[in-house]
Design a protein around this ligand. Structure first.
Ligand SMILES: Cc1ncc(COP(=O)(O)O)c(C=O)c1O
Length: 460
């Protein structure tokens, strides 16, 4: 940038000094948070009142009695009641670098001192093209050929935009296919795809959706045959009516089921034969395998027509090829993300790409191996109570009490009280799962969390 005021402002020594002071203060105060601790008894009444008032205002209580104080240290977070907990669910997969990470906070400050709070389609700052360039460049690491991306404010909006683009491209096709147990979000349209009846209870049917079974690792060949024959049956039953196949490559909310390259390729080839677009939903899987994108891990670079990202990426987006480009007017948004989120996104993605997280021997795989081996140790010690581990990379889960939903839920509440945040996923079996803050967590944190898991198992 030449002949503009901004660079001088951002490099002003007072700004540099202020950022240095902020980092110093943050590091000093954050360092006071060193271990899990219960809330002081004297805070109880005030905190309970805060929870109650909040529940009244939002029309229902929160899943956990969790309201953060606004500071943490790595994988540890302080709650407003003064307790400290290990955050191993990270806002269902958002706080990848944990809490009060100096680099993330500094990036947010860079965004916060720009001229506006939000960026939108009419007015964006230079930080947007910088981020787009990084994401598209990484998406095309193995020559996938994604030409464009559209930024948006939530994972489900990335899905909505993708659906609108495929419906427009494939008009008058109006049906979609998805995997059983999939989760894609909860807008009026997308809640028809998410395979959970209670999420669409009372809603008008806005989309025609059909399902095929997800990959079954225990029946590899059969699984592929079943998926392809289901698709062929649908595509021949309703010729020309399908616009898209929606694929989660590792099912997150559905219970941590990991797919397979050959299986996905067979599905993609069948879709291609019938002119059906493939939407890969990476809102939960982005940055969690040894490749930045799970489609790269499963070698689907040439197979996916669209890819959705969210959660870890801080901003959400739909990546697509030129042949899926929408006509003017189809997609837009007053605001797409905040300057702070855009800057944090750049920082986090850049760190993951260049900071030793990816690859077979990268940090993500090492953390998984450590956590998986600890959970396996617990399984061997308590074979009737815990089975697993399941998942891949920074997604890891276990089946407790044969996947009983009520007992698993009860476990998560007890685990929360004992100082660890987890969450349930799936049904039949229900699993207890973790979305670990890979950018903040240490092996010693994992040992401490597993000790708390064991203590909690013994309470039930
Ligand atoms: C695979 C997947 N897709 C889409 C979504 C929806 O994202 P959001 O809640 O940001 O709208 C989620 C959220 O959990 C998800 O896991």
């Amino acid at each position: 940038m030449k002949n503009v005021v901004a660079p001088e402002f951002f490099k002003d020594p007072r700004i540099e000094q202020a950022k240095k002071l902020l980092t110093e203060a943050l590091t000093e105060h954050s360092a006071k948070i060193t271990e899990v601790k219960p809330s002081p008894a004297e805070n109880k009444v005030e905190y309970e009142k805060l929870m109650e008032d909040f529940a009244k205002m939002r029309g229902g209580s929160l899943f956990y009695d969790y309201i953060g104080s606004g500071i943490g240290n790595g994988a540890l977070v302080e709650l407003a009641d003064g307790s400290v907990k290990y955050d191993f669910i990270t806002g269902i997969g958002v706080h990848y670098f944990g809490h009060s990470h100096p680099g993330v906070v500094a990036a947010q400050v860079d965004g916060a001192i720009t001229n506006t709070t939000m960026s939108g389609n009419l007015q964006q700052n230079v930080d947007s093209p910088r981020l787009f360039d990084l994401i598209l460049d990484q998406a095309n690491k193995y020559d996938a050929g994604f030409d464009h991306m559209f930024m948006t404010s939530s994972g489900v909006m990335a899905a909505e935009n993708a659906l609108k683009m495929v419906f427009q491209k494939r008009f008058p096709a109006h049906r979609v296919v998805a995997f059983e147990k999939c989760f894609m979000g909860r807008t009026l349209a997308v809640s028809q795809i998410t395979d959970k009846a209670v999420y669409r209870k009372g809603l008008p049917k806005s989309l025609a959706v059909d399902y095929i079974p997800f990959y079954d690792a225990e029946n590899h060949e059969k699984s592929i045959r079943m998926a392809v024959s289901h698709l062929e049956w649908y595509f021949n039953r309703y010729p020309g009516e399908y616009a898209a196949m929606c694929m989660e490559l590792i099912q997150g909310e559905g219970g941590y089921w990991v797919g397979n390259e050959e299986y996905f390729k067979a599905i993609c080839d069948t879709c291609k034969k019938h002119n059906v677009s493939v939407i890969v939903d990476e809102v939960q899987t982005f940055m969690r395998t040894e490749e930045l994108f799970a489609f790269q891990y499963f070698k689907l670079d040439k197979h996916a027509d669209m890819v959705l990202i969210g959660k870890n990426s801080q901003v959400c987006a739909t990546l697509y090829r030129e042949d899926h480009k929408p006509q003017p007017g189809l997609i837009s948004q007053t605001f797409t993300s905040s300057g702070s989120a855009i800057n944090a996104a750049y920082y986090i993605i850049n760190e993951v790409v260049n900071g030793g997280y990816l690859g077979k021997d990268g940090k993500i795989n090492k953390l998984h191996a450590k956590f998986a081996s600890n959970l396996d140790g617990l399984h061997k010690k308590y074979p009737d109570k815990i089975k697993g581990p399941w998942g891949i990379g920074a997604m890891i889960g276990m089946t407790l009490f044969e996947g009983d939903t009520a007992k698993s839920k009860d476990f998560t509440f007890k685990l929360f009280d004992n100082g660890v945040l987890s969450f349930i996923a799936g049904a039949n079996p229900t699993r207890v799962r973790f979305l670990i803050p890979a950018g903040a967590v240490t092996e010693s944190d994992i040992d401490k969390v597993c000790a708390i898991i064991e203590e909690t198992l013994n309470e039930i």
